[in-house]
Design a binder for this molecule. Structure first.
Ligand SMILES: Cc1ncc(COP(=O)(O)O)c(C=O)c1O
Length: 231
């Protein structure tokens, strides 16, 4: 939220209703649903400028769509985050997070108590691209610390976990990530920001300013992978 945001400081109930809305000239009360896949341009030159990225604006709904943008802005507002990227599925959210923030040679410490497909993603697929993973019990905080390596780039946790509903101590894990200058990624599938681990939890303790803040401060949904700004 910017300084001039009229919703700055608003109660979370207000944010849940008001944030992300861009009213059109029709004066609609609820946000409209834009079903378009593509967009029209005033000229071929404008289209060329948009497609090349020289001019901001809509090009294709896989990249930007006003309905999705409203959802992203509302979720970011509810989480107290700078930005949000929405995906069509939870696994797309997790894969996108990993593809954007990990590289070959990195190591991940992951809770043992995560969705089965997430285990497969880390152990079968990301391993093929040179990303190593160590699984630790969710509530074994000493185990998380012991699993850290110099190349640990990410702590990945699911809370409340599916299906055992174990709950992580996010404040402690966040502090651990900050000390190690790595990222903490939270798959917050079950709880809305109203009742769960709003990611500002992760900012409560003193934080080394991340060199790549804009990339790190991304909240990805539908599975709501919340990325804390730890490096
Ligand atoms: C905790 C958790 N993360 C990720 C996923 C994957 O979501 P999707 O099936 O939308 O890819 C699920 C699905 O149930 C889940 O429970």
């Amino acid at each position: 939220m910017s300084e001039h945001d009229p919703l700055a400081g608003a109660h979370i109930d207000t944010l849940a209703i008001r944030s992300g809305i861009r009213r059109t000239h029709e004066g609609e009360h609820a946000e409209p649903i834009f079903l378009t896949s593509s967009y029209v341009f005033d000229s071929a030159a404008e289209a060329a400028a948009r497609f090349s990225g020289e001019q901001p604006g809509n090009v294709y709904s896989r990249y930007t769509n006003p309905t999705v943008r409203a959802f992203e802005q509302r979720l970011a507002a509810l989480e107290g985050a700078e930005a949000c990227v929405a995906t069509a599925s939870g696994m797309a959210a997790i894969l996108s997070t990993c593809m954007a923030l990990l590289k070959s040679g990195d190591h991940v410490v992951c809770s043992r108590d995560v969705f089965g497909t997430t285990v497969n993603l880390f152990s079968k697929y990301l391993a093929k691209f040179g990303v190593e993973v160590t699984f630790v019990p969710l509530v074994d905080l000493a185990g998380w610390r012991a699993a850290l390596r110099p190349n640990t780039a990410m702590l990945f946790v699911e809370t409340p976990s599916n299906p055992l509903c174990e709950v992580a101590d996010l404040a402690v894990l966040s502090q651990l990530a900050k000390e190690h200058r790595c990222l903490l990624v939270v798959d917050n599938c079950f709880c809305t920001p109203r009742c769960s681990c709003r990611w500002r939890w992760a900012r409560t303790s003193s934080c080394i300013p991340p060199p790549n803040t804009s990339t790190a401060r991304v909240a990805v949904s539908v599975a709501q992978c919340l990325v804390a700004p730890s490096r």
